[in-house]
Ligand binder design. Structure first.
Ligand code: FAD
Length: 519
């Protein structure tokens, strides 16, 4: 999958596309894979990199969503559990079963959460990842040795899925390409093409060259997350806003803060939020917050108050209190939440997804979560097929194996996320010993992954490689800055760029990564 090959297909598609999808996050990729799997001629345009937005900034859970169970939204929990099961069988290299411990400090918590989690098990049925059960105090501490001991009575353990969000996005882009679809990053939609009152395509600008493209399609799907209202206004400047935006921040800490194999889940913080501390790529991810924000930035920044909130709550549950100097990275993401009149509290707003169809035929799909990306895609394509007058075809993604699917046990980290492609990647490293070299002593990555990202995964910038093809930016923001020059060198060689490009890339990356190191 190279960008040049994709551009060629964009310029010369033969017949017009059936479906054009705007946005290369979870929702857009899910929609485009669904459309291409049904045999529709499909193009996806992303203004930045795949998963640059919210889709690389999640808590990394493929979950039924216990909070929705608490809200009584059984349908949403069931749907998410079903999708969790499908994804585990279609992308076993990217999703794993993780146990979560709910620590109990009050007498009522054990029975209360024990019963709730049994209901969760029941809803999962045969798709369950393992039964929940109550734990004694000793069993709880055996799983989470660094849990605050004062007042600890015991715990409850349950199971859910964990994944690598940006890697799943790249995997979906490659799956789309494998189905004959076109996926292009750094291609922004700047306007709509219409015939009469109906849309017949989009106007896009290549942000690498400045070139304009007219992309014609029978139906346009707007899957731009928190930017969905802005894209709706490209179609209809008077479109009423459908979304509100809420920011969620995560801190990444060294594994020593929580060395066991289980995650900690605190069902109720001071502000009524769920707090997770999750082992991920040999670090601990702690989150999240829920802060209403006015604008939808592509690179949102954590507020000091959000960092303090997470440090304070982590200290409450862990024996060693983390401080700012311990934080390896801090990242912020924006939730696209459906607007509910009369509700000020974004934590109470729906995480369900919505479809809007404009008079022009623009289909907008928004809300939802990563876990349900496939179902969102299915719903969007059902609507798009009707709007675009496409031949009716059933969904073909429930059993669609994603790129890299493998039956055999996976390679050890960091190769596991490539699934069946790991063998070819390892061969690249074996062919040139310099590519087997680690990128940085504090990061689990090799130079071969940079080259692989540029050659096969459409990585175009140092940030693409360090933030999303690898997760270096999240695992250790300072270390990632230190290896940016080496990454720029390797990328320049692969992409045929000059020294000025390299320097510019390093500067851009340093500026970006500065926002991931708490001051
Ligand atoms: C803090 C946080 C934690 C979360 N944790 C979880 C979790 O653990 N599990 C889970 O299932 N879900 C989780 N979610 C929800 C999940 O991450 C989101 O629902 C999902 O990523 C949204 O994907 P999206 O594709 O709709 O939006 P995005 O990922 O934001 O993608 C939209 C894309 O559209 C592009 N775009 C915008 N305008 C244009 C244009 N004009 N032209 C071309 N492209 C454009 C953007 O660049 C962007 O890449 C979490 C969300 C947050 C904020």
């Amino acid at each position: 999958m190279t960008r040049d090959a994709m551009l060629k297909r964009l310029r010369d598609p033969g017949d017009p596309f059936d479906v054009a999808v705007i946005g290369g996050g979870a929702t857009g990729l899910g929609t485009a894979v669904e459309a291409a799997a049904r045999g529709y001629r499909t193009v996806l345009l992303e203004q930045s990199d795949f998963a640059k937005g919210t889709s690389s900034r999640s808590t990394k859970l493929i979950h039924g969503g216990l909070r929705y169970l608490k809200q009584g939204n059984i349908a949403l929990v069931l749907e998410a559990l079903r999708e969790r099961g499908l994804l585990m069988s279609n992308a076993p290299h990217l999703v794993r079963n993780l146990s979560f411990v709910v620590p109990n400090y009050d007498w009522w918590e054990g029975p209360f959460y024990g019963v709730g989690l049994k209901v969760y098990d029941m809803l999962a049925g045969s798709l369950g990842l393992g039964p929940s059960r109550r734990l004694s105090r000793d069993e709880t501490l055996a799983r989470i040795p660094t849990l605050e001991r004062g007042g600890l009575r015991g715990g409850v353990v349950y199971h859910d899925g964990q994944f690598d969000d940006a890697r799943l996005a790249v995997t979906l882009a490659r799956t789309l390409a494998g189905l004959g679809g076109v996926a292009i990053n750094y291609m922004r939609v700047v306007g709509m093409l219409r015939a009469g009152g109906r849309l017949e395509g989009v106007e896009a600008r290549d942000l690498e060259t400045g070139d304009g493209h007219e992309v014609r399609a029978r139906v346009i799907v707007n899957a731009t997350g928190v930017h969905a209202d802005a894209v709706r206004r490209l179609d209809d400047p008077a479109a009423a806003p459908a979304l509100v935006t809420s920011q969620g921040v995560h801190l990444v800490l060294p594994r020593a803060f929580q060395p066991g194999d289980s995650a900690v889940m605190v069902p109720h913080t001071d502000d009524g939020r769920v707090l997770f501390a999750v082992p991920w790529h040999d670090r601990v991810v702690v989150g999240t917050t829920d802060t209403p924000v006015e604008s939808a930035a592509l690179e949102p920044r954590a507020l000091d108050s959000e960092i303090d909130f997470l440090l304070t709550h982590a200290a409450r549950y862990l024996t060693r209190d983390p401080d700012r100097a311990d934080v390896l990275s801090v990242f912020a993401g924006l939730r696209p939440l459906l607007r509910a009149e009369g509700t000020a509290d974004t934590a109470a707003l729906s995480r369900d997804h919505a479809l809007l169809v404009a008079g022009s035929g623009l289909v907008t799909i928004t809300g939802g979560k990563w876990t349900t990306y496939r179902k969102m895609g299915e719903d969007a394509v059902d609507a798009a097929a009707a709007v675009g007058g496409l031949p009716e075809r059933p969904s073909a993604t429930r059993a669609l194996r994603l790129r890299g699917w493998r039956e055999a046990p996976s390679e050890p980290a960091p190769w596991d996320v490539y699934g069946a492609d790991a063998a070819a990647l390892l061969a690249t490293a074996a062919a040139d010993p310099s590519l087997a070299a680690p990128l940085h002593p504090r990061l689990p990555y090799a130079a071969a992954q940079v080259v692989w990202g540029a050659r096969h995964e459409m990585a175009r910038t140092v940030e693409d490689v360090l933030a999303r093809r690898t997760r270096a930016l999240l695992l250790d923001a300072r270390a990632s800055v230190e290896c940016a020059p080496a990454v720029a060198r390797l990328m320049a060689e692969e992409l045929g760029r000059d020294a000025a490009w390299e320097r510019g890339q390093i500067e851009d990356y340093e500026r970006l990564a500065g926002g991931y190191v708490p001051g």
